[in-house]
Design a protein around this ligand. Structure first.
Ligand SMILES: Nc1nc2c(ncn2[C@@H]2O[C@H](COP(=O)(O)OP(=O)(O)OP(=O)(O)O)[C@@H](O)[C@H]2O)c(=O)[nH]1
Ligand SMILES: [Mg+2]
Length: 433
């Protein structure tokens, strides 16, 4: 697939042309209703990203789970009535629905029913720019589509007003489509493996270079790309949109103590991030997860900051990165009107800095924390290196932090903080302090 080609939509285009959607989210007795309402607002933002206008939002208490229709039959009836009265042309459920539930709901509503996963997949599909991101999203889409092909066919036959005969043809075509889709899936997987092989080689080269790496992680729209740009002038896409970034950008940066590091900006997270996407984007995400230290960026101005942090930490766990050292950054601080919010956040996340990536505020303390975090992970050593072994000095400069350097005849006396593996490698040059 070329970089110019766009990813085909999972949802049919009539859905993207919806004028008045009905958004439905649920909450159990144990959950507060306002969280459900916040979640609906987030879903509305996802739809807005796709150009779908605002519609009606319904937060529904979930008393009893219904295996056939997700919501209880009384509630569904109520919602069908509501959607008819308001001429809603699309129903969006704020959860991932099994294929059968989705089909049953479509029959009851007589309108297309899409779930949160489908919406997120479509946002990713529209924002994917690199070949790898496009391949990854197509793989995720096919995984999602395969068990739901029947539903797509029922959409088509409804559009054509399909009769009995066409139904038989439909079943045959369904089998053919499934086979074609599986074949396409295998082809894409192979292509993706090739791209990822190249990426892994790059990553290993970087790991071998041993330069300390910081990855900026966090909820979508928290300001990750803004921070990378503010520090490194990197030409990255910054937008007030969910999932603006779907690729990884790495830039060199020199800390005030002259230590060179790499900074990585990557795809953001969201509550209920579909597993198909986590699986498909695993390699992109793992690149960030291979960093030495994580900078967890939060949008402190969002009323959902706590929930967003929970969602981020849970994806980090799913990726096996929960034990990495983390510095927490409360971003968009200039928008926070109530100082109590920041005080509360600081109590929950002790190793934290308050910043504004947009206004470049709070960076002095942030850089100090970054230097400190690196230095804690290093060993202080005194070395006596022959001047002729200048490549050793170069490696110390690149990977460690030189505190003092003195010339002593044909030797250089160096006091430096080094990563543990380098300190071990330079054991023959070590002297007592
Ligand atoms: N007021 C304010 N806005 C900010 C700040 N940092 C970022 N933003 C805005 O927040 C929006 C999202 O910023 P991005 O840097 O694209 O966020 P991101 O985390 O990279 O988002 P995704 O790539 O979509 O996951 C943009 O409109 C930024 O201008 C800040 O410190 N203050
Ligand atoms: Mg971004």
């Amino acid at each position: 697939m070329s970089e110019k080609q766009t990813v085909p939509s999972v949802i049919d285009l009539s859905i993207l042309a919806a004028k008045k959607p009905l958004l439905v989210s649920t909450y159990t007795q144990a959950e507060p209703k306002n969280e459900c309402e916040d979640s609906l607002n987030e879903l509305e933002r996802l739809l807005e990203t796709l150009g779908i206008p605002k519609g009606i939002k319904e937060a529904c208490p979930l008393r009893q789970f219904n295996a056939a229709t997700y919501l209880g039959s009384g509630k569904v009836e109520e919602l069908v009535e509501l959607s008819r009265k308001n001429n809603c042309d699309l129903i969006v459920i704020d959860d991932e629905l099994p294929p059968a539930q989705q089909r049953n709901l479509e029959n009851l509503f007589q309108r297309p029913v899409v779930d949160r996963t489908e919406i997120i997949l479509e946002v990713f599909a529209q924002h994917a720019k690199s070949r790898e991101a496009k391949l990854q999203i197509e793989v995720a889409q096919i995984r999602y589509q395969l068990p739901r092909l029947k539903r797509l066919w029922s959409h088509l036959s409804r559009q054509r007003g399909g009769g009995v005969n066409q139904k038989g043809e439909g079943e045959q075509q369904l089998e053919i489509d499934k086979r074609l889709l599986r074949k396409k899936f295998e082809g894409l997987q192979k292509e993706l493996e090739q791209v990822q092989l190249y990426r892994n080689t790059q990553r290993r080269a970087r790991e071998r270079s041993g330069i300390a790496t910081f990855a900026i992680v966090g909820y979508t729209n928290s300001g990750k790309s803004t921070l990378l740009k503010a520090l490194t002038e990197a030409d990255v896409l910054i937008e007030d949109k969910l999932f603006a970034t779907l690729d990884t950008t790495t830039r060199k940066y020199c800390l005030p103590n002259h230590q060179e590091i790499l900074l990585i900006d990557t795809v953001g997270f969201i509550k209920k991030l579909p597993h198909t996407l986590v699986a498909a984007f695993r390699s992109t995400l793992q690149e960030a997860m291979s960093a030495d230290i994580l900078l967890h960026l939060m949008d402190a101005s969002s009323p959902l900051v706590g929930k967003q942090a929970e969602a981020t930490l849970s994806v980090l766990k799913e990726l096996g990165a929960q034990d990495k050292p983390i510095i927490t950054l409360f971003n968009k601080a200039e928008l926070v009107k109530d100082p109590l919010i920041l005080t509360r956040l600081r109590l929950t996340f002790p190793k934290s800095v308050t910043i504004s990536a947009l206004k470049k505020e709070g960076f002095d303390l942030l850089l100090e924390y970054m230097e400190r975090e690196l230095s804690e992970r290093r060993k202080l050593v005194h070395l006596r290196v022959p001047q002729k072994d200048y490549h050793i000095v170069a490696e110390i400069e690149r990977r460690g932090l030189i505190l003092t350097k003195e010339f002593d005849n044909e030797f250089i006396l160096i006091k430096a903080e080094l990563p543990h593996d380098l300190a071990q490698k330079l054991l023959p040059y070590r002297i007592e302090s």
